[in-house]
Design a binder for this molecule. Structure first.
Ligand code: GDP
Length: 463
């Protein structure tokens, strides 16, 4: 590909204030280009002679003027991130010095790197697999320790290895089938129905576990959009304050003050909740308050979209029709019922029984009490499946990977069904081939350029 012969450069650190800014240069002309721009402090040293894994201190020049102090780190192909000649130039942070350096490099013949181009080059030079390239993206955008550990495990190639195991097992079944069908005279032992089904079932289980871990993994990496829902005065703002650890929403005993959807991120154990505090949900009368009505409409919409719904009810009062309407809308959603004001309630059993059919879980607490955070954290982790997830096990880490794994799993299900329903082994073999193709798509072995383009479109420049 023509573009691979070009030498590209980009800022590799986030733009904005910071101690240092790193500009990365990669390509066949990296050394000659940098030698025009970077002047080592010891004049007897030369960029062109610099060996890989060494560093030089000096400054860079722009249009003949001496600019910032610069540290140059040298990498020689193929021992670099991209597999090409790479030089990383560190200058002082803030954008001015890095911008000047980029300008100097462009003047010297480099081209600006496209988003994700460094990682794409690494892929093209066989420095990493497609799943690893996607994991790089996840590491960049991961938040929280657990999320980063998950993304990192894919980066280590653990995901590629886990998929590889499935591929090997299926390929051996496939090879057996092919041999048996195509070379009947060779006396290949027939694969019994039981062996065939057992082999496929085992790999289907493996895919099932990868697929089910995806949602929880994504929650750990990116957090979850969470909506707080409930009638006025049930204690939503108080709960929000408990989560946030300070008085973020105004708590008042007057109904309907929380009109705006407050957006805030709070950390609940390992999970980041992106919170939307909604206007108090209540029935709107004939002279209904228009702002409230709009708030209510938005609340229902958020309820549909949220990855986690915290529906708050007042344990000190019998449930109202409005409460039950909220409960009904929570059915089938990732929703947790919070029976609040436990301290004021004589018994919560009746309310619990009424809510249970609509929710994955009902918990009773007192939002005013900081000790309520612990059971709430545990309930949310159980609901979202993060409690059961091993952060060090390989996980799927993009929607594209999930789609491919699901296709492979579905094809295996079909193969097993075909066999059980008495269709011949060749019908099952077709499904098996589909499953293998889907797995190749997943690892990028056979990925079309389009898939690769799709992956790299999401990258930020500099990686
Ligand atoms: P919102 O309208 O749903 O946001 O409700 P608020 O958070 O403003 O709470 C309404 C009132 O209930 C306030 O006076 C809170 O202090 C009070 N409240 C909230 N949670 C509790 C609780 O667990 N126990 C008690 N006793 N009062 C609470």
């Amino acid at each position: 590909m023509d573009r691979m012969h070009k030498t590209v450069c980009a800022l590799a650190t986030p733009p904005g204030a910071g101690g240092i800014a790193v500009v990365r240069v990669s390509g066949p002309e990296a050394y000659p280009i940098v030698s025009k721009v970077f002047v080592p402090m010891h004049r007897q040293k030369s960029v062109l002679d610099a060996r890989g894994y060494t560093a030089l201190f000096g400054h860079y020049t722009l249009r003949g003027a001496e600019m910032d102090e610069t540290v140059a780190l040298f990498f020689r192909a193929p021992h670099s991130y991209t597999g090409e000649d790479v030089i990383e130039l560190s200058v002082h942070g803030g954008t001015a010095m890095a911008d000047g350096l980029l300008e100097a490099l462009l003047l010297a013949g480099a081209e600006p790197a496209a988003p994700g181009e460094f990682t794409r080059r690494a892929l093209e030079h066989g420095r990493m697999s497609l799943t690893q390239a996607e994991a790089v993206m996840e590491v960049i955008s991961a938040n929280g320790r657990q999320g980063a550990a998950l993304a990192k495990s894919a980066l280590d190639g653990r995901l590629a290895k886990r998929i590889g195991g499935i591929q090997t097992a299926l390929q051996s079944v496939n090879a057996h089938l092919t041999a048996w069908v195509d070379y009947p005279e060779e006396d290949v032992p027939e694969l019994s129905d039981a062996q065939f089904t057992a082999a496929l079932q085992q790999q289907k289980t493996e895919l099932d576990s990868l697929i089910s871990g995806y949602g929880a993994g994504a929650v750990l990496r990116r957090g979850v959009d969470c909506v707080l829902l409930g009638r006025p005065n049930v204690g939503k703002s108080t709960l929000l304050n408990l989560l946030a650890g300070f008085d973020r929403a105004i708590v008042t005993p007057v109904a309907g003050t929380t009109r705006d959807i407050v957006e805030q991120a709070v950390q609940l154990g390992d999970i980041r909740l992106n919170l939307f505090d909604t206007a108090g949900v209540r029935e709107v009368g004939a002279d209904g308050d228009a702002i409230e009505a709009e708030g209510i409409r938005r609340s229902w919409k958020k309820l549909e979209e949220a990855g986690l719904v915290l529906a708050v009810f007042d344990a000190a009062q019998p449930l109202t029709d409005a409460d039950l309407e909220i409960a009904r809308r929570c059915q089938g959603r990732p929703a947790l019922a919070v029976l609040n004001k436990q301290d004021l309630a004589d018994s919560t059993e009746a309310a619990k029984a009424q809510l249970q059919p609509y929710f994955k879980q009902v918990i009773t607490l007192c939002a005013r009490d900081a000790a309520s955070l612990q059971p709430l954290t545990a309930a949310v982790a159980a609901l979202l499946g993060t409690a059961q997830l091993d952060p060090n096990a390989a996980q799927l880490c993009s929607a594209r990977q999930l789609a491919a794994a699901t296709r492979a799993r579905d094809a295996l299900t079909e193969a097993i069904c075909a066999k059980q329903n008495g269709f011949g082994l060749d019908a099952a073999a077709v499904c098996l081939t589909d499953a293998l193709q889907a797995l190749c798509d997943l690892t990028g072995e056979d990925a079309s350029d389009r898939t690769i383009d799709e992956v790299f479109e999401k990258f930020c420049v500099g990686k």
